[in-house]
Write a protein that binds this ligand. Structure first.
Ligand code: FAD
Length: 518
């Protein structure tokens, strides 16, 4: 991963000339904002004897203290993270990077952390967008980035029960490649799929682009092993049970604050033989959303379903009229069908009949294939836009269907008011349930002299609007440090007290991800 940008350094692109013209049209004269080349990593502050003990725990080669290693594990990949990295602010750098090779070594590292009072930040793919990798430094003797990158084994496959047990450091493509050798897939494809890890998916309760067909990641997890400072715990020994509260749910979404997830058992499916993606045009966002609700409530959800509002449709399609008449391009919906040829054909036929009856227009598989082809590319564009002084960031929420219109209007208006004239606020429905859906907003605005403060104000306004509308502060990006104040409002003082009590039991010295979640 590039230390100041998204993704593979070899895949970086500069902004095409055609896009520069559009940007000048939308935001005025282009101001180049190159990232700082020379970046100083603050001196490490950790006692030598603690580093020596970490070397004993995992081997000297797996304790990294060099600037490059520490820089690569500084924060995640939100726009504020990137803005800070671009200006050379590495004040949140960990003091040391430790790479355990198995569960026993994770246990040994936590024992050293307890003895030497070190804060420990579990590090998966480093793609957090909510400040989940920024630990409070005080009152600890040092900050350890616990990079799970060496824990990459497929531990077990049960092809009768259709489950697989994986180590946490496997990146999305690595896990899929190992499972594909058995003809299996998890079916979890978030936009960060190429870099995010199995442990990270579980720790953040991630949701992928095929969630309508395969389910959210937390819904796929049947078991977990978690190493905590108080001991190691395994949960999930049956497909379902009534044995008290479900402890899996305590660890899913715990964002490294209760323990380090050292293995994850997930439900798996056969690799789909057929994949078809189809575009649909709707006269309005409301009409498309109503159709999604009908599909969900009649049990006819495709594997992928997403709907852009009018503004996002116009921006994302080079020629919006390609999906409609010249006067009104409307809103683009993508539907995707994956499975056996027979299952794909049957579902597609039923969905086509229902969407046609509801007023949608099938605009064909080319639009759907174009979406599928570019589904992981947008984050690279964000860096190219930051290079020319355009602030781009996303946020997401979810609510019940009956509250969708209000939430959409309130968050859009909060963002527009905060960012001012000329800002673009785009939205799509990214995940759909029988009872409601998630809304995913993207903003683009000309950067002010202080883009960090500019975004902080917009994010505050949007988050306040989300809470005021009774929606959740996060549908899938998690809480981290960024969402903490609104999360506390969402679950109330007793909710916070309950989570604190669990943390005090599992991590009495508060070493794990201090400052994150609660
Ligand atoms: C461009 C982009 C697109 C994204 N798209 C999506 C999307 O479509 N859907 C979605 O859900 N999210 C998305 N995200 C957010 C992010 O990718 C997810 O939160 C992802 O699950 C994080 O995984 P990771 O391995 O990178 O975790 P990290 O960023 O390394 O860590 C995230 C949090 O989990 C903790 N953690 C990591 N591994 C473990 C472990 N083994 N045990 C305990 N705690 C652990 C960390 O300490 C941290 O608090 C996106 C992010 C970016 C930058």
């Amino acid at each position: 991963m590039h230390p100041q940008r998204w993704g593979d350094p070899a895949a970086q692109t500069s902004l095409p000339d055609s896009a520069r013209g559009l940007i000048e049209l939308a935001f005025g004269e282009i101001v180049e904002r190159p990232a700082a080349e020379d970046v100083a990593v603050p001196a490490a502050r950790i006692p030598d004897e603690a580093v020596d003990a970490l070397r004993t725990a995992v081997g000297g080669d797996n304790v990294l203290t060099d600037d490059a290693a520490r820089r690569l594990r500084t924060r995640g990949k939100s726009t504020p993270d990137l803005l800070k990295a671009r200006t050379g602010d590495l004040s949140d750098a960990p003091d040391v990077v430790v790479r355990p090779g198995d569960q026993a070594e994770v246990e040994a590292v936590l024992a050293v952390a307890t003895t030497h009072r070190l804060a420990v930040v579990p590090f998966g793919g480093g793609t957090s967008v909510t400040g989940g990798l920024v630990a409070a430094r005080e009152p600890f003797a040092g900050v350890v980035s616990l990079d799970l990158v060496r824990m990459k084994r497929l531990l077990a496959v049960d092809d009768e029960s259709m489950t697989a047990t994986l180590e946490p450091g496997l990146r999305g493509p690595e896990a899929e490649a190992l499972l594909a050798e058995h003809g299996l897939t998890i079916g979890h494809f978030p936009q960060s799929f190429e870099f995010a890890s199995i442990g990270g998916f579980a720790a953040t309760r991630s949701s992928g682009q095929s969630s309508a067909g395969y389910g959210r990641f937390d819904a796929l997890v049947v078991g977990l092993t978690v190493v905590t400072p108080s001991g190691t715990i395994s949960v999930g020994s049956s497909p379902a049970n009534a044995a008290g509260p479900d402890l899996r749910q305590v660890f899913l979404g715990s964002e490294g604050t209760f323990g380090v997830i050292s293995s994850v058992t997930v439900r798996v499916r056969p690799v789909p033989q057929d994949k078809v993606y189809v575009g649909w045009r709707w006269p309005s966002f409301a009409a498309g959303a109503a159709a999604m609700r009908t599909l969900a409530q009649t049990g006819l959800l495709p594997t992928v379903i997403r709907l852009s509002d009018e503004a996002e449709t116009a921006i994302n399609l080079a020629d919006p009229t390609a999906i409609g008449g010249a006067d009104e391009a409307g809103c683009l919906m993508i539907t995707g069908f994956e499975g056996t040829p027979a299952a794909v054909a049957a579902k597609r036929t039923a969905v086509t009949a229902l969407l046609t009856e509801l007023g949608g227009t099938d605009v064909g598989t080319d639009v759907g294939a174009a979406w599928a082809h570019g589904r992981f590319n947008a984050p690279y564009l964000r860096d190219s836009l930051l290079d020319v002084g355009v602030l781009v960031e996303t946020l997401e929420t979810a609510t019940f269907w009956s509250n969708r219109e209000r939430l959409y209007a309130d968050v859009k208006s909060a963002l527009e008011s905060s960012l001012g004239d000329g800002a673009l606020v785009l939205c799509h429905i990214s995940h759909v349930y029988e009872t409601g859906c998630s809304l995913y907003f993207t903003v683009a605005a000309k950067e002010s002299d202080d883009p960090l403060a500019q975004w902080a104000a917009a994010k505050q306004a949007a988050s306040d609007a989300i809470v005021a509308a009774g929606a959740t502060i996060t549908h899938h990006h998690a809480v981290g440090t960024d969402h903490k104040p609104w999360f506390a409002q969402e679950i109330g003082p007793l909710g916070v007290q309950t989570l604190r009590a669990i943390k005090d039991s599992l991590d009495p010295a508060g070493l794990l991800n201090p400052g994150v979640l609660v």
